[in-house]
Ligand binder design. Structure first.
Ligand SMILES: Nc1ncnc2c1ncn2[C@@H]1O[C@H](COP(=O)(O)OP(=O)(O)OP(=O)(O)O)[C@@H](O)[C@H]1O
Ligand SMILES: [Mg+2]
Length: 255
């Protein structure tokens, strides 16, 4: 597993993001505060246009907050240079996207070796680590297949293995089941649950509350405002009070 520090993996305090359009300020994230511990499986759920991708880009060090503090394993992200951001991304985050983003001419194994090439690892070690990651997602028998020789669910599992290959502290997934039918989507989610059980921290972004239920914790984003979704437990069974009524939501900023 990845190196753990005492600091939370994610610590956001009052993160605001705004854009200037025709001299008008459009605020898309309003004072978002969020803590994610190592080992968490967090879902961020919200409707279209609510600010999910904006928040993901900040969490993933692809974009910077306009205001507020974002610490990733204790290191301040706000105000960092592009080079530093790229380094933090490379060391700390494994990205998984809806559309897999695999290179079609490469085999599953070669796709998983790519991020390790950027790390400058020697060929033999690359291969070992890529094979290990593919084993972890149950694709030990499919390593030499190319994209068109794999099902959608298998392609997404290759993308997850590629994200795992660098052993990042955080997997960051944007609509990882968005391109899959519901059964295959659930299989991919079960695999992510299994990875989380073995210690992998996962942050999953989705518009689908059913998908979010597979995480151990959910926050809801609406119009750029983040709230924690509180789950009720009855006799060990989890029941979910809908985000629709808002009555079960606790404003994270006030927590
Ligand atoms: N570069 C930008 N300039 C101005 N406004 C932007 C910019 N990027 C995003 N927005 C606005 O910010 C809001 C949030 O967008 P975002 O892409 O984060 O939503 P989302 O929750 O990911 O939606 P979806 O589920 O449709 O992907 C939207 O109203 C969008 O129009
Ligand atoms: Mg989006």
């Amino acid at each position: 597993m990845s190196m753990h520090t005492n600091a939370p993996l994610i610590e956001m305090s009052n993160v605001t993001k705004f854009y200037m359009m025709a001299r008008e300020k459009t605020t898309v994230l309003h004072e978002v505060s969020l803590k994610v511990a190592h080992g968490d499986f967090l879902a961020i759920v919200g409707p279209s246009g609510s600010g999910k991708s904006t928040l993901m880009n900040i969490i993933g060090c692809l974009d910077l907050p306009s205001e507020g503090s974002y610490k990733l394993e204790g290191m301040e992200v706000t105000g960092q240079s592009d080079n530093k951001l790229a380094e933090m991304r490379n060391k700390k985050i494994g990205f998984i996207f809806q559309g897999y983003h695999l290179l079609p001419k490469l085999t599953a194994l070669e796709n998983c070796e790519l991020p390790l090439i950027y790390r400058g690892l020697p060929g033999k070690e690359r291969r070992m680590r890529a094979m290990d990651a593919l084993e972890r997602v149950g694709l030990g028998q499919r390593m030499h297949h190319r994209q068109n020789e794999l099902s959608g669910g298998q392609q997404q599992r290759v993308a997850i293995a590629r994200a795992l290959a660098t052993n990042p502290p955080m997997l960051l997934a944007d609509e990882p089941t968005g391109a899959l039918d519901s059964k295959t989507g659930m299989e991919v989610l079960s695999m992510m649950e299994e990875l989380n059980r073995t210690g992998q921290t996962i942050v999953l972004i989705t518009h689908d509350m059913e998908v979010a239920k597979r995480a151990s914790r959910t926050v809801i984003i609406r119009d750029g405002v983040l709230t924690e979704h509180v789950r009720e437990r009855r006799d060990g069974d989890e029941t979910y009070t809908g985000p629709q009524d808002g009555s079960q939501e606790r404003i994270v900023q006030q927590a």
